[in-house]
Design a protein around this ligand. Sequence first.
Ligand code: PLP
Length: 358
Amino acid sequence: MARFPITRTTTPKQKPADDSLAFGRVLTDHMFLMDYTEGEGWHSPRILPYGPLSLDPATTVLHYGQAIFDGLKAFRGADDKVRLFRADRHAERFNRSAKLMCMPELPVDVIRQSFDALVGLEADWVPRKRGTSLYLRPTIIATDVMLGVHPAHSYLYFLILSPVGSYYKEGVKPVRILATDSHVRAVKGGTGEAKTAANYAQSLAGQRDAEAAGYTQVLYLDGVHRKYLDEVGTMNIMVKIGDEVITPPLAGTILDGVTRASALELMRDWGLKVTERPITIDEVMQAGRDGTLKEMWGTGTAAVVSPVGTLGYKGEDVLINGGQTGELTQKLYDAITAIQYGRSNDPHGWTSLVPAVD
Ligand SMILES: *Cc1c(COP(=O)(O)O)cnc(C)c1O
């Protein structure tokens, strides 16, 4: 592995107890940085003590949001080894996001080396308690200093790490979601396929309104017809109607979730009928009324799966599987986490061991 220059912290932080961990509140002792300059490409990879970045107020990212990120996790197994889950796939998606946002791509092996180098250095920060993990947040921001709107000529790549608690402290728990036709997440030709800051900024109002109406999250419908399922909050959505699992296709508005892809692959391994096709909210609500809507869940790195117990739309609520976590949803959760923590074998080679750094 490439060796990067490391400046070690002289004031290591007190590590929090595994029990006290939430999501993204505690950051580790070091960060990985690398610069991009037009003509020179990516250069000056380095690991520094974690700390604030100094940015001129006219830095373009602060005004026009040219920023991408990704999110993946490192898990400590019962064998004490640290594994990354589908790091290559995350690195490839990071580059697709870069391309969509007119940003320079990074060689996948450099992204991977930054993951291994920083997680290896911070290995003690990977928590031990069941369900906990170390979250990796690779990010690129535009760093030109000027107020004109343009794809920047200079960028900063940074990688930061955060120990996170179990998403489900008392077992997988269903949520109430609201299908909305007043807010839209993405349209074809827009930024829906990129993991970019703007998508999150514009999701806040829909989320706020869903919470005000007594739901946990928003189920977005397509921006043109306002009838096809798109995504739930910042997760991909799946439904099981009868014996068939249906999920919206990757057709220009949906983020290509790594958990989505993994769940689809596992369910196909298990011989289930899995279909990627547009599905309307009317079809889902009707299936909810006539009892054929067996399960519904979101997928994403943070939760793995998030079962939907109640689906609301136009003033009507349907209860799914009696408001309980469905059998298939639970099976996916168990299978994916078993691979992540090295408790089961990994037939698809999704995990990679992080080499120790001294
Ligand atoms: C990150 C994200 C997901 C989930 O992707 P994973 O790779 O499974 O974590 C789904 N939808 C949106 C909009 C996202 O930003």
